[in-house]
Design a protein around this ligand. Sequence first.
Ligand code: GLU
Length: 304
Amino acid sequence: MVYRGRFAPSPTGPLHAGSLVAALASWLDAQAHDGVWLVRIEDVDTPRCVPGADRLILEQLVACGLHSDEPVVWQSQRGTLYQAALDRLIASGQAYPCACSRKDIEAALQAQGLTRERHHAAVYPGTCRPERGGLRGRAARAWRLLVPAHSTVDWTDQQLGPQTQDVAAEVGDFVLKRADGLWAYQLAVVVDDADQGITHVVRGADLTDNTPRQILLQRALGLPTPAYRHTPLVLGANGEKLSKQNGALALDLAEPLAALNRAAAMLGLPPAAGGVADALAGWTRAWASTISAPPPAAPPASKP
Ligand code: GLU
């Protein structure tokens, strides 16, 4: 098997200490497997994109010695692929149009006596499901995946170990195309990972709970499921995930080795001095030795 990995930043700002960990880990994993490493700019959520951030991210990656092995792709140019996938889901009865606004969803949940926890997206109550009459004359706003009941997804994360999620109970019929006409991250990422032949996804642990939705979508589209590894998050002083909002500092292009050393430390790699290329080569050897290490020997069977 030819290993194909990727780093898929959203250009909502420059790379920061957290996104560099995901970039470095995905690059090292690809190198350690003699694989191919791609960069994909995930600019589907246009209102959140910052003009020029894509170019800056690509410059920062190059300054850190991380070069895409194939031409960089931009999701904003790949709408035809996403539409084709949605059309397949519609044709196979696995996607349906939804007329609900956020307010409608809140009201439907309240009517069922369900309150949603703060900061948690609501489980869609299924108002526009085909078996409940569909749009009933209302205008379609979004498209959703028809998530089968009891769709528990089990997978083994290469970093976090066995994981499980009942997508129907915990997420519900999730959005594939948004009410504002934009493609949802879940659909775009699944279509692109398959189209680019990605065999290994290495990314930040903040995305772990998206994985079961993506696996379900791969199954609905008949696409292969890559291996997943979710890397540790860099937390800000307030204990929250680093983001532009809580003051994540953009990486200093003049000091790529310092930034790489901080990212490497998060991955349990030793500090490196000298040049960026030597540091990357040393970390690649260290990473390769951890992934090729034989699994710990099973304890001897206890005597009865
Ligand atoms: N574009 C996503 C982000 O920047 C990452 C998507 C992924 O790696 O699957 O958070």
